[in-house]
Ligand binder design. Sequence first.
Ligand code: MRU
Length: 357
Amino acid sequence: MSWSLLGQFKPRMGDRSVLPRSVVWIHNTLRLFDQNSLHFPYKLRYIEATTPEAVADAIRDMNVRGAPAIALAGGYSLALAAMRSRTKSSVEFYAEMKRVGAALKRTRPTAVNLANVLDRIFTVLDLEMEVEQHKKRILEEIKRIHAEEEETYKALSQRGSKLIPEHANVLTHCNTGALATGTSYGTALGIIQFAHREGKIDHVYVTETRPRLQGLKITAWELQQLHIPSTVIVEGAAGYLLAKEEIACILVGADRVLTSENPPYFVLNKVGTLPLAILAKYYNVPLVVASPLSSFDPQKKLNQIKIELREKWEITHFQGHQIAPDNTHALNPAFDITPPDLISAIVTENEIIYPNA
Ligand code: MRU
């Protein structure tokens, strides 16, 4: 794994997005924009990953994060593994790719997008084919998925912006922007981007999103690049804000939407979404979930879901410095589950779903 410094980021003229691409396949290497480098003083950098192990590390360490971007990185990681495979046997090759896929799925188990992308890539492989054909098909398929994702988030963002009233103050949680999708547009932040272009956004409030601070470090930066006025709050201030301010709606993303539960549409998203949803219900503020269909899970039931528990140092340390007393116990779930009765609408690329209609 090697790094390349991006230095001071300057958007390229005519580029559809003013933001760096977070997942780029170039010269048979996977270039990942290091989202951990997004903090003051800004030394933005890319990771040049050439092995599936390096990609798995980047997913675990959250250099690449956001369910869709993780899924794309995982798909390209399979292409890296394919290129490095030396076997001539299709059966052995297929088994090798299955092992790589299984290891990738274990990196961060909660979001479903990665599993959906890997499973789709395996549908284009059949054991009758030569190994070289397999390798070609894997890269073609992940590139095809990436291109489709570009249209998916544009369509989702345009559709969702229709829900935003004029002169809206909105609140968003974590980071759901273009960096989190690996494309030009985000999900919840994509809706905000389009609504802002339509002149409907007065102000965006962003939760800092402890403990990894995706809201403070990434969303605040993306909104500045997009010239959208914003203010960061600590999660604990959401109640104060909803009591004081005219918040038109709360916009969040999704890592997994359970559609086989009864009732359907339990949403797994960044920890802190559930308390926001309860506050929204209390203050009668709509909670809008922006989720591509690739985050929908028609199989798993609530009792089969694995919520990622991350290391305690993310809470007990700050920027690498211990801030808590020695031997402090800390519980660090990365996601929580919001039930459908607290969700006003789910915006997908194809439709808007009203779980309580
Ligand atoms: O732990 P993270 O930063 O990967 O969590 C990200 C989220 O929860 C996002 O809301 C979700 O992945 C959607 S990103 C478009």
